[in-house]
Design a protein around this ligand. Structure first.
Ligand code: CP
Ligand code: NVA
Length: 336
C-alpha cells in the first residue's frame, strides 16, 4: 500500500485494491491472528450524519485489532462551526493514530487528510463511499468466485454509493452498468475517471437511463436509497421520479440466473426495493453489511499497522509536534 489515506478508490492502484480485499479475506478467516495488529492505537471517528454499519464496524473493528475507537458525533465537535477542519486535524493527530470521517462535504475529508499527519479514512461523504464499495466487491467475490468480468447493474440514484461502486468495479475489472433517471446521473467526472481506470483492468462502465438494458443478464442488481442523508426534504419528489427504478421481482427476473441482490442499507422497502426482493434468496444484504467489518479491518491494518506507508512531510508551518504525528511523518512505528 502506498496510499496514506483512503479518500477515494480512484486514488488506489488495482493492486492496492486487490491487496485490501486479500487481507480482508485473511482477517475474516483468522481474526485471532490480527488481534494485536493495532494494539493501543486510537481511531477518532467524526460523524456529521447518522450511521449504524459504519460506526459499529469501525468501532468493533478497532476493538478486534487491539485498539480503540472514539465516537465524535455532530454535537460533539460541530466540524467547521465550533472549530475549523485544519484545527481539528492538528488536534487529533496529537492524540489519535487515525481519523475516520463521515461528512456532508467531500472537501471536508480531503481537507482533514491534507492537514492531519495521521491516516484519514472516508466513512462516506456526499460524493463517495469507498469503504462500502470494498465490502461490496468482497461480497461479490465471495459469492460469485470472481470480480473480473462480473456484471454489476446499479439502478436508482447516481449518488455516493454509485460513484464508489463504479470506481471499485473499474479497478477490479468488473462491468458496471448504471441506470438512473434524467438529472440524477452520476458525476461526469467519476464516469470519465472510472472509464479510464477500467481500461487498465478490462472492466467497463456504462451509464444510461434504461433500467431494462442495465439489468438484462446482470450478475448483481444493486440499489440504494432514493433520498440520501441530507436530501430528506426532497424525499417525496424523488419517490415520484424514481418509482420506475424500483428493484422488484420482475426486475430480478431479467438478471442472470443466480444473480445477487445488493444494497448498502439502510433500505426502504416499497421504495427502491420491494420487501419480497430484499427478503429473497438472491439477497445478500446482511453478509454484505458484515463484510464492512472485514474490509475495513484490512484498511485499518494497511493504513495504521506496522507496515503502513511513510506519511508525506507536510510543508505547512505551525503543525502540532505530537508523538503520533512524528511517528507518521517518519514512517516509524512506536507502540504506546
Ligand atoms: N451502509 C452504510 O454506510 O450504513 P450506515 O449509514 O448505517 O453506516
Ligand atoms: N446514499 C446513502 C448511503 C447511506 C449508507 C446516503 O448517503 O445517505
Amino acid at each position: 500500500m502506498t496510499q496514506t489515506d483512503l479518500i477515494s478508490i480512484h486514488d488506489l492502484s488495482p493492486d492496492e485494491v486487490e491487496e485490501i480485499l486479500a487481507l480482508a479475506v485473511r482477517i475474516k478467516q483468522d481474526p485471532a491472528r490480527h488481534r494485536t495488529a493495532l494494539a493501543h492505537q486510537t481511531l477518532a471517528m467524526i460523524f456529521e450524519k447518522p450511521s449504524l454499519r459504519t460506526r459499529v464496524s469501525f468501532e468493533a473493528g478497532m476493538t478486534q485489532l487491539g485498539g480503540h475507537a472514539i465516537y465524535l458525533g455532530p454535537s460533539d465537535i460541530s466540524m467547521g462551526k465550533r472549530e475549523s477542519v485544519p484545527d481539528i486535524a492538528r488536534t487529533l493527530e496529537g492524540m489519535a493514530d487515525g481519523i475516520m470521517a463521515r461528512t456532508f462535504s467531500h472537501r471536508a475529508i480531503v481537507d482533514l487528510a491534507r492537514h492531519a499527519s495521521i491516516p484519514v479514512i472516508n466513512g462516506l461523504s456526499d460524493f463517495l463511499h469507498p469503504c462500502q464499495a470494498l465490502a461490496d466487491f468482497l461480497t461479490i467475490r465471495e459469492r460469485l468466485g470472481r470480480t473480473k468480468g462480473v456484471t454489476v447493474a446499479y439502478v436508482g440514484d447516481g449518488n455516493n454509493v454509485a460513484h464508489s461502486l463504479m470506481y471499485a468495479g473499474a479497478k477490479l475489472g468488473a462491468r458496471v452498468r448504471v441506470a438512473t433517471p434524467e438529472k440524477y446521473e452520476p458525476s461526469a467526472e467519476v464516469v470519465a475517471n472510472a472509464r479510464q481506470d477500467a481500461r487498465l483492468t478490462g472492466g467497463s462502465i456504462e451509464v444510461g437511463r434504461d433500467l431494462q438494458a442495465a439489468v438484462a443478464g446482470a450478475d448483481v442488481i444493486y440499489t440504494d436509497t432514493w433520498a440520501s442523508m441530507g436530501q430528506e426534504a426532497e424525499h417525496d419528489a424523488r419517490v415520484a421520479v424514481f418509482r420506475p427504478f424500483q428493484v422488484n421481482a420482475a426486475v430480478m427476473r431479467q438478471a442472470a440466473k443466480g444473480a445477487l441482490f445488493m444494497h448498502c442499507l439502510p433500505a426502504h422497502r416499497g421504495e427502491e426495493v420491494t420487501g419480497e426482493v430484499i427478503e429473497s434468496a438472491a439477497s445478500v444484504v446482511f453478509p454484505q453489511a458484515t463484510n464492512r467489518l472485514h474490509a475495513q479491518k484490512a484498511v485499518l491494518v494497511l493504513l495504521m499497522g506496522e507496515r503502513r506507508p511513510a506519511r508525506r512531510t507536510r510543508p505547512a508551518a505551525g503543525r502540532g509536534r505530537s508523538a503520533a504525528g512524528r511517528r507518521k511523518r517518519s514512517g516509524g512505528r512506536s507502540r504506546r
